[in-house]
Design a protein. Structure first.
Length: 450
C-alpha cells in the first residue's frame, strides 16, 4: 500500500466547504485534477455530468471505505498526478502550470499557490512507499513492513485469545511490556498461512515464568505448552534467548495452539514469543524431530531453563538438539560454557548433587536417569576416534568416568551433529537424591575436513 494514498485522504478531508469558501476557481481546479474521462472509477472525485458545480460551496465527496478497492482507487488517482519513478523522486507538477487551456493572470496563480501550498506540501513526501518486505523496527523487532493502520488491522502483535494469520507474529502477555502477575490461561491460535508450511519456529525474545517446584523440578505452577504439532515438552522458568521448532507436516492441518498457564504464588511473568512459519524444504527448515536447530560454524546450545543463578534442570524432558553441518566441516567440538557465578562450575550438571559431586559419569549402565547422548564422543580430536562414548551425565563434561577430571573438550565426527537430552520425573525424591542440577550449556566449534 502506498503512503501516498493515505496522504490523499488527509488532503480531501482538509478541503471542506469552509476551506473552499471564497476560493471557487481553486476548488474547481483541484477537482479537475482528479477527473478522468476515460476511467469511470475516478468519478468518485468528479461531479456528475448533469450537475453544475457550485464552486463557492464546493462539496468534496467523502472517500470510499478503508478497503482494498478504495486503496487501489486512491493509489491510481495519485499515480495520475504523481508518476512514481524508479528512484521514487518525482513529485507534483507546479501549480503555476495547470493542466488544460485558458488564461489566468499571474497574480491569481500566485495567490492560489500561496493558499494551497500547505495542502500540497504533503505530496512532497508522497513518493515514499511502504513496501511489504522484511525490515527491522526501531524496537529491534524483525518482521514485515506495513503501514501503521495495516499493522493494527492485521494483528502482528497478539495477546491472549489472538489468532495469528500472518507470518512473523509476536505473542505477548497482557499489557506487555508490563509484567503480568496473575492467574489464568493465555492462548494464541496459529493458522497456517499456506499449505506448504511445515514448521513453526518459536523465538523466545523474552520468556520469564516462575521456576519449577524445588523437589522434582516439575512445572506445576507456570508452564508453556504447544499443541497441534509433534509433541513438545512442557517448559517453565527462564528461557529468554532460546527457541523451539514445532513440526506441523505439509498440507492443511489443525491449528497450533500456544498456551501459557500461570498460577501459584505472586510472580512477575513476562513473555514475547516470535512465531515464524517456515515453508517445507527451505534453507531454514530444521530436520524432522529437532526441537532446537542451530546454524553456524560456532555457537552455543543450552537446555531450557538453564541459568547459573536460579535455573533448575526441568523434569520430563526428552528431545533432540540439531546443529547444521556447514560446508567443508566434518566434525564438532563441545566445551562446557564458562561459569562465572559458582565456585564449582555448574554449566554441565545433569545428575548428582552440589553437596555430593559425582564428577563425570559415562555409559548407559551408569547414566540411567538423566543424560545427554552425543554419538561417539571422545577426547580425541582425530577421526576416527580409537574409543568413544555415547551417553554422558554427572556434573562434569568428560568421556572418562572421573571424580576429579573436571570439564574437558570433547569431539564427535558422526554426522549429522545432534545431541539427545533426557530427564526423568524425579530429582530430590530419587535415590540418591539429585539437588540443584542446572542442565547444560555447551559452546561448539565445527571441525574442518582434513
Amino acid at each position: 500500500m502506498y503512503l501516498t494514498a493515505w496522504l490523499v485522504v488527509m488532503t480531501l478531508v482538509a478541503l471542506t466547504p469552509a476551506a473552499t469558501e471564497g476560493r471557487g476557481r481553486d476548488a474547481q481546479y483541484y477537482l479537475s485534477r482528479w477527473s478522468s474521462k476515460n476511467s469511470p472509477k475516478h468519478k468518485v472525485f468528479t461531479p456528475s455530468a448533469t450537475e453544475s458545480l457550485d464552486v463557492n460551496n464546493a462539496q468534496i465527496p467523502a472517500p470510499p471505505g478503508y478497503t482494498t478497492a478504495s486503496r487501489l482507487l486512491l493509489t491510481e488517482a495519485v499515480t495520475e498526478l504523481v508518476p512514481i519513478t524508479a528512484d521514487n523522486t518525482q513529485i507534483l507538477p507546479p501549480l503555476s502550470s495547470p493542466r488544460g487551456t485558458g488564461s489566468r493572470n499571474t497574480n491569481s496563480t500566485e495567490e492560489r499557490d500561496s493558499r494551497l501550498s500547505p495542502v500540497f506540501s504533503l505530496f512532497n513526501m508522497a513518493s515514499a512507499r511502504v513496501r511489504n518486505v522484511a525490515c527491522t523496527a526501531s524496537s529491534g523487532d524483525n518482521g514485515t513492513c506495513y503501514s501503521t493502520s495495516d499493522c493494527a488491522r492485521l494483528g502482528v502483535q497478539l495477546s491472549c485469545g489472538g489468532v495469528a494469520t500472518q507470518n512473523c507474529t509476536y505473542f505477548v502477555n497482557s499489557n506487555y511490556p508490563t509484567a503480568f502477575d496473575g492467574v489464568g490461561s493465555c492462548q494464541l491460535t496459529v493458522n497456517k498461512i499456506r499449505n506448504d508450511i511445515c514448521q513453526l519456529r518459536l523465538d523466545f525474545d523474552t520468556l520469564t515464568l516462575s521456576q519449577p517446584e524445588n523437589n522434582d523440578h516439575q512445572c506445576v505452577n507456570d508452564r508453556f505448552t504447544v499443541s497441534g504439532g509433534t509433541p513438545v515438552p512442557t517448559i517453565c522458568g527462564t528461557n529468554t534467548g532460546n527457541h523451539m521448532y514445532v513440526d506441523l507436516g505439509p498440507g492443511a492441518t489443525t491449528p497450533s495452539v500456544l498456551t501459557f498457564v500461570t498460577m501459584g504464588p505472586s510472580f512477575e511473568r513476562k513473555w514475547k514469543v516470535k512465531v515464524t512459519q517456515i515453508p517445507c524444504n527451505s534453507d531454514f527448515t530444521a530436520p524432522t524431530n529437532c526441537l532446537q536447530y542451530y546454524q553456524g560454524v560456532t555457537g552455543q546450545v543450552k537446555t531450557y531453563n538453564y541459568d547459573l543463578t536460579s535455573g533448575l534442570q526441568l523434569s520430563n524432558q526428552d528431545y533432540t538438539m540439531c546443529i547444521r553441518t556447514e560446508k567443508n566441516f566434518c566434525g564438532i567440538q563441545y566445551m562446557a560454557c564458562t561459569d562465572t557465578v559458582n565456585a564449582e562450575p555448574q554449566s554441565f550438571s545433569i545428575t548428582g548433587s552440589t553437596a555430593q559431586p559425582v564428577g563425570s559419569v559415562v555409559g548407559a549402565a551408569d547414566c540411567t536417569r538423566d543424560w545427554v547422548t552425543i554419538p561417539c564422543v571422545s577426547v580425541d580430536s582425530r577421526s576416527p576416534a580409537t574409543s568413544c562414548q555415547d551417553r554422558l551425565c554427572g556434573d562434569n563434561l568428560n568421556t572418562i568416568a572421573s571424580t576429579t577430571g573436571g570439564n574437558v573438550r570433547v569431539f564427535s565426527f558422526v554426522k549429522p551433529f545432534i545431541l539427545v537430552y533426557h530427564t526423568d520425573s524425579q530429582e530430590a525424591s530419587s535415590s540418591p537424591a539429585e539437588v540443584e542440577n542446572r542442565g547444560f550449556c555447551l559452546d561448539y566449534v565445527q571441525q574442518p575436513c582434513v
